[in-house]
Design a protein around this ligand. Structure first.
Ligand SMILES: [Zn+2]
Length: 255
């Protein structure tokens, strides 16, 4: 294992995490996220480049803004560390391959959508369009035209499947059960997985989301839990464990 690459991908992840956070927070508000300067969330003071170094700036400033001296909060450095680690795991699992670029894409969309879905309960269309194109290009390079078209059909299939689940959910719960973003997100799942694994990742996402939703429902009846981050965690679990359809069939045979 090449440690230089592992460190490179960790650092790349920490740098992109700050950018992803800005995209997730500013894009739904239609704010510029490329050219506007970063500011302190509390006093709005413009930050210099050496105050934006992932993790390091936080440690040297002891978790406080240098201008207003208010606590910055542990959210940013934690997000940077998580993204860095996931980037490192991506390289560790897939090496230099097309699958590495799929893994990095999954981690990136997971971070951006978690930020926007948790903050606003919104999955921005721009993010879905960008990553759809990203994954189509990679699958074209990886599998050729036919393989890529197959995945586009899988995407449409999973999109329809989720749409039907929503209609069913709306009938059972008598209120909106799934957001439009969750349904559109399924197209991206099909670009990466086949329909069986795609459906399995929805199932895993529900298994993880259910106990957490119940805890929040008990605490606060009005609170709605965004499903997008759970769906992407389900997708990441299926993709990173490299599980295939045969393994699943064998598991059922054992039972
Ligand atoms: Zn400040």
């Amino acid at each position: 294992m090449n440690y230089t690459y592992l460190i490179f991908f960790f650092i790349l992840g920490t740098i992109l995490a700050s950018f992803y956070c800005v995209v997730g927070i500013r894009l739904p508000k239609k704010e510029d996220f490329i050219f506007s300067r970063s500011r302190c969330d509390i006093c709005n003071h413009e930050l210099k480049f050496y105050e934006l170094i992932p993790i390091i700036s936080y440690i040297f400033q002891r978790g406080r803004c240098r201008y207003c001296h208010k606590k910055i909060g542990f959210f940013m450095p934690m997000l940077e560390i998580i993204t860095g680690l996931l980037f490192m795991v991506s390289f560790y699992s897939f090496g230099m391959s097309y699958n590495l670029f799929i893994a990095l894409g999954i981690v990136s969309i997971l971070i951006i959508i978690s930020v926007s879905d948790i903050t606003y309960m919104v999955i921005p269309d721009e993010v879905l369009i960008f990553f759809s194109i990203y994954f189509i290009v990679i699958q074209y390079l990886n599998l050729g035209l036919i393989g890529c078209l197959e995945h586009i059909i899988y995407g449409l299939f999973l999109f329809l499947l989720m749409y039907l689940i929503m209609l069913l959910g709306n009938k059972i719960f008598k209120k909106e059960s799934l957001g439009g973003g969750d349904i559109k997100l399924m197209f991206i799942f099909g670009l990466i997985l086949n329909p069986i694994l795609g459906a399995l990742s929805i199932f895993i996402a529900s298994l993880i989301a259910l106990p957490i939703s119940i805890i929040f429902l008990v605490k606060d009846n009005e609170r709605v839990i965004p499903f997008g981050p759970f769906l992407l965690i389900g997708l990441a679990i299926i993709f990173f464990t490299k599980i295939d359809v045969n393994t699943i069939i064998n598991m059922f045979n054992l039972i």
